[in-house]
Design a protein around this ligand. Structure first.
Ligand SMILES: [Zn+2]
Length: 181
Protein backbone atom coordinates (compact mmCIF):
# COMPACT_ATOMS: atom_id res chain seq x y z
CA UNK A 1 0.00 0.00 0.00
CA UNK A 2 1.59 3.24 -1.15
CA UNK A 3 1.42 6.62 0.52
CA UNK A 4 -1.23 8.87 -0.98
CA UNK A 5 0.40 12.27 -1.57
CA UNK A 6 -1.88 15.23 -2.27
CA UNK A 7 -0.17 17.68 -4.63
CA UNK A 8 -3.07 19.74 -5.90
CA UNK A 9 -3.35 23.12 -4.18
CA UNK A 10 -7.15 23.36 -4.37
CA UNK A 11 -7.48 19.85 -2.99
CA UNK A 12 -5.13 20.71 -0.11
CA UNK A 13 -7.12 23.87 0.69
CA UNK A 14 -10.34 21.81 0.75
CA UNK A 15 -8.73 19.14 2.85
CA UNK A 16 -7.57 21.74 5.39
CA UNK A 17 -11.09 23.19 5.57
CA UNK A 18 -12.50 19.73 6.14
CA UNK A 19 -9.99 18.96 8.92
CA UNK A 20 -10.64 22.31 10.60
CA UNK A 21 -14.35 21.54 10.87
CA UNK A 22 -14.03 17.94 12.07
CA UNK A 23 -13.05 17.92 15.77
CA UNK A 24 -14.56 14.56 16.60
CA UNK A 25 -12.07 12.16 15.16
CA UNK A 26 -10.95 9.21 17.23
CA UNK A 27 -7.25 8.71 17.76
CA UNK A 28 -5.82 5.26 17.27
CA UNK A 29 -5.95 3.53 20.63
CA UNK A 30 -2.81 2.79 22.66
CA UNK A 31 -0.37 4.77 20.57
CA UNK A 32 1.60 5.96 23.60
CA UNK A 33 5.26 6.19 22.84
CA UNK A 34 8.45 7.12 24.64
CA UNK A 35 10.35 9.80 22.90
CA UNK A 36 14.08 9.21 22.55
CA UNK A 37 14.53 12.96 22.17
CA UNK A 38 13.74 13.63 25.80
CA UNK A 39 17.01 12.27 27.15
CA UNK A 40 20.02 14.46 27.96
CA UNK A 41 21.57 16.22 25.01
CA UNK A 42 25.23 16.22 23.93
CA UNK A 43 27.08 17.63 20.96
CA UNK A 44 27.89 15.59 17.87
CA UNK A 45 29.54 16.20 14.53
CA UNK A 46 27.47 17.81 11.82
CA UNK A 47 28.78 17.91 8.26
CA UNK A 48 27.36 20.77 6.19
CA UNK A 49 25.76 19.53 2.93
CA UNK A 50 26.69 22.83 1.23
CA UNK A 51 30.37 23.23 2.12
CA UNK A 52 31.36 20.00 3.95
CA UNK A 53 32.59 21.90 7.00
CA UNK A 54 32.31 19.88 10.22
CA UNK A 55 30.64 21.67 13.15
CA UNK A 56 29.56 20.44 16.58
CA UNK A 57 25.84 20.70 17.20
CA UNK A 58 23.15 19.44 19.56
CA UNK A 59 22.61 15.73 19.07
CA UNK A 60 18.86 16.24 19.39
CA UNK A 61 18.99 18.84 16.66
CA UNK A 62 21.09 16.77 14.28
CA UNK A 63 18.95 13.67 14.83
CA UNK A 64 15.79 15.66 14.21
CA UNK A 65 17.35 17.01 11.05
CA UNK A 66 18.02 13.48 9.81
CA UNK A 67 14.38 12.56 10.29
CA UNK A 68 13.25 15.73 8.56
CA UNK A 69 15.55 15.05 5.60
CA UNK A 70 14.07 11.57 5.22
CA UNK A 71 10.60 13.08 5.04
CA UNK A 72 11.75 15.57 2.47
CA UNK A 73 13.42 12.97 0.31
CA UNK A 74 10.02 11.27 0.16
CA UNK A 75 8.30 14.56 -0.67
CA UNK A 76 10.86 15.33 -3.36
CA UNK A 77 10.25 11.94 -4.95
CA UNK A 78 6.51 12.56 -4.78
CA UNK A 79 6.96 15.73 -6.83
CA UNK A 80 6.57 18.60 -4.35
CA UNK A 81 8.19 21.93 -5.13
CA UNK A 82 10.25 23.04 -2.12
CA UNK A 83 13.68 23.96 -0.85
CA UNK A 84 14.92 22.98 2.60
CA UNK A 85 18.12 24.43 3.96
CA UNK A 86 19.91 24.59 7.23
CA UNK A 87 22.81 27.10 7.17
CA UNK A 88 22.44 27.84 10.88
CA UNK A 89 23.90 24.42 11.68
CA UNK A 90 27.18 25.19 9.92
CA UNK A 91 29.78 27.41 11.61
CA UNK A 92 31.02 28.53 8.18
CA UNK A 93 27.71 29.08 6.32
CA UNK A 94 26.02 30.74 9.28
CA UNK A 95 27.82 34.05 8.90
CA UNK A 96 26.02 35.79 11.78
CA UNK A 97 26.02 32.69 13.97
CA UNK A 98 23.82 34.41 16.51
CA UNK A 99 20.88 32.02 16.77
CA UNK A 100 21.27 29.35 19.46
CA UNK A 101 18.03 27.75 18.25
CA UNK A 102 19.44 26.82 14.84
CA UNK A 103 16.36 27.00 12.66
CA UNK A 104 15.85 25.25 9.32
CA UNK A 105 14.33 27.21 6.49
CA UNK A 106 11.63 25.67 4.33
CA UNK A 107 10.45 27.28 1.09
CA UNK A 108 7.46 25.52 -0.41
CA UNK A 109 4.71 26.17 -2.96
CA UNK A 110 1.85 24.18 -4.44
CA UNK A 111 1.43 26.16 -7.63
CA UNK A 112 4.33 27.17 -9.92
CA UNK A 113 2.65 30.58 -10.36
CA UNK A 114 2.92 31.33 -6.62
CA UNK A 115 5.87 32.75 -4.72
CA UNK A 116 7.46 30.31 -2.31
CA UNK A 117 6.01 30.31 1.17
CA UNK A 118 8.93 30.69 3.58
CA UNK A 119 8.94 29.29 7.11
CA UNK A 120 11.70 28.90 9.69
CA UNK A 121 11.44 26.37 12.47
CA UNK A 122 13.53 23.91 14.43
CA UNK A 123 10.59 21.84 15.61
CA UNK A 124 10.56 18.45 13.97
CA UNK A 125 6.92 18.02 14.95
CA UNK A 126 6.07 20.87 12.61
CA UNK A 127 7.41 18.66 9.84
CA UNK A 128 5.63 15.56 11.13
CA UNK A 129 2.41 17.59 11.06
CA UNK A 130 3.09 18.85 7.53
CA UNK A 131 3.94 15.39 6.24
CA UNK A 132 0.78 13.85 7.70
CA UNK A 133 -1.32 16.62 6.19
CA UNK A 134 0.19 16.18 2.72
CA UNK A 135 -0.38 12.44 2.87
CA UNK A 136 -4.06 12.72 3.77
CA UNK A 137 -3.84 11.64 7.41
CA UNK A 138 -6.10 12.87 10.21
CA UNK A 139 -3.47 12.59 12.94
CA UNK A 140 0.30 12.73 13.30
CA UNK A 141 3.07 11.63 15.62
CA UNK A 142 3.39 14.64 17.93
CA UNK A 143 5.50 15.61 20.91
CA UNK A 144 3.52 13.61 23.46
CA UNK A 145 1.68 11.04 21.48
CA UNK A 146 -0.45 10.79 18.39
CA UNK A 147 -2.16 14.12 17.95
CA UNK A 148 -5.07 15.20 15.79
CA UNK A 149 -4.36 17.48 12.85
CA UNK A 150 -7.58 19.22 13.89
CA UNK A 151 -5.68 20.62 16.90
CA UNK A 152 -2.89 21.95 14.69
CA UNK A 153 -4.61 23.70 11.78
CA UNK A 154 -2.47 26.76 12.57
CA UNK A 155 0.72 24.70 12.28
CA UNK A 156 -0.37 23.32 8.91
CA UNK A 157 -1.05 26.84 7.71
CA UNK A 158 2.29 28.08 9.07
CA UNK A 159 4.12 25.28 7.25
CA UNK A 160 2.27 25.49 3.91
CA UNK A 161 1.03 29.08 3.62
CA UNK A 162 -2.38 27.58 2.81
CA UNK A 163 -5.67 28.08 4.64
CA UNK A 164 -5.27 31.65 5.88
CA UNK A 165 -9.07 32.08 6.00
CA UNK A 166 -9.56 28.55 7.28
CA UNK A 167 -7.39 29.28 10.33
CA UNK A 168 -9.50 32.34 11.21
CA UNK A 169 -12.69 30.27 11.07
CA UNK A 170 -11.06 27.41 12.97
CA UNK A 171 -9.95 29.71 15.80
CA UNK A 172 -13.55 30.92 16.23
CA UNK A 173 -14.95 27.42 16.58
CA UNK A 174 -12.00 25.52 18.02
CA UNK A 175 -13.09 22.85 20.47
CA UNK A 176 -10.61 21.41 22.95
CA UNK A 177 -11.80 17.92 23.67
CA UNK A 178 -11.22 16.94 27.28
CA UNK A 179 -8.31 14.60 27.73
CA UNK A 180 -7.17 14.92 24.16
CA UNK A 181 -4.31 17.37 24.62
ZN1 LIG B 1 28.44 25.07 5.43
Amino acid sequence: MGINYILDKAELENRLKELASTPNVELPYGAMCYDIFNIIDTEIEYTCPECNTVSYCSRHGVQALRIIREYFTALLNAGYDFILYEPEYCKKCDVKNDNPKKLYTLMIRFDPADDYHIVKTNDRYDFECLFSFLTGEKHYHGLHDDELLYDHINTISKMTGLGVDTVIEWQKTYVIKEGRL
